[in-house]
Design a protein around this ligand. Sequence first.
Ligand SMILES: CSC[C@H]1O[C@H](OP(=O)(O)O)[C@H](O)[C@@H]1O
Length: 355
Amino acid sequence: MSLRAIEWDEHKETLKLLDQRVLPHQSNWIECLNEEDVAAAIAAMVVRGAPAIGLTAAYGILLAAIQAVKNHEALWPRLKRAEKMLIAARPTAVHLQFTLEEMLKGAEQLEDSDKTISYLLSKVRKIEQEDSLSNRNIGAHGANWLQKRRGKQPLVLLTHCNTGALATADFGTALGIIRTLQERGSISNVFVDETRPYLQGARLTAYELEAENIPYTLITDSMAAAAMRLKKVDAVIVGADRIASNGDTANKIGTYSLAVLAKAHQIPFCVAAPLATFDWSLPSGEKIPIEERPAEEMVIWNKTPIAPQNARVWNPAFDVTPFEWISAIFTEEGVIESIADLERLHQRNTPSITM
Ligand SMILES: CSC[C@H]1O[C@H](OP(=O)(O)O)[C@H](O)[C@@H]1O
């Protein structure tokens, strides 16, 4: 079982989150008592990673229901207020919206009772189990695709940000493929982009790979091109926060440049994402909301300013990679390599398996 960052305490009926802002050198857990605590933890990136914040928000709805029952409050209005608060915590990852919709589906008729609590808890558990299963299926489809194209030789991969157990219910998406290849003895090395400014790569991905003895080499984001040219990178593999219906993909800032670099070096650029990442309401990536984070997160490191105090800063947390730059999208139900695959997925909500 890989690392877990989200734990439900059944006795205290509280949510515990591993504070990812202080990993890898400190292992602090933060306890959430209500939906406000959960929204604040998501906004502050205590917990981060598209599927992980979706799951955490689902627990936020459960906590709101528990508080409503305890205080004999009207349940539905509290759940609707909680939904509004949680969806506003971070705008880009579509999982937040989908898990909240899932949690509130059918909840309007619920009376404020313990029965409601166990009903909502079973829903959260289902979201958690589905994410975990999806990640293992993504792992298999992605590993099969990469091995099919690169033969049985162990692979040299490059990844960006963190898409592992810390970003999901467990196991990970792009990192789930890396874990699957490791289980098959097919990883030679993983180049890990540090991923400025939040350093998800250096602090979180390196932490996960180190814990499981998966061979990796940490690089700065600006080294990715040289690594592709000089270090025989076989493929780039990243996660996703929101995918539009034409395949345009929003992911951590720096992803788009990796896609351009991969094309220039004739290296496959692959995205790993569960079906919950697809936002069919968007015809293309232009309309994906891109979160901008506080300037301090970019110009202050360890309480030390690394830029002039009045420096003007642009700090988008994500960028959008047009589908034309993407070789394959690995989902739990198969591989998407073309617009036709996307259209079939959209019609049937399951992609054509092109394995
Ligand atoms: C499993 S996908 C995780 C996805 O979320 C990350 O963003 P953040 O750390 O800001 O939540 C990054 O875009 C990853 O690809």
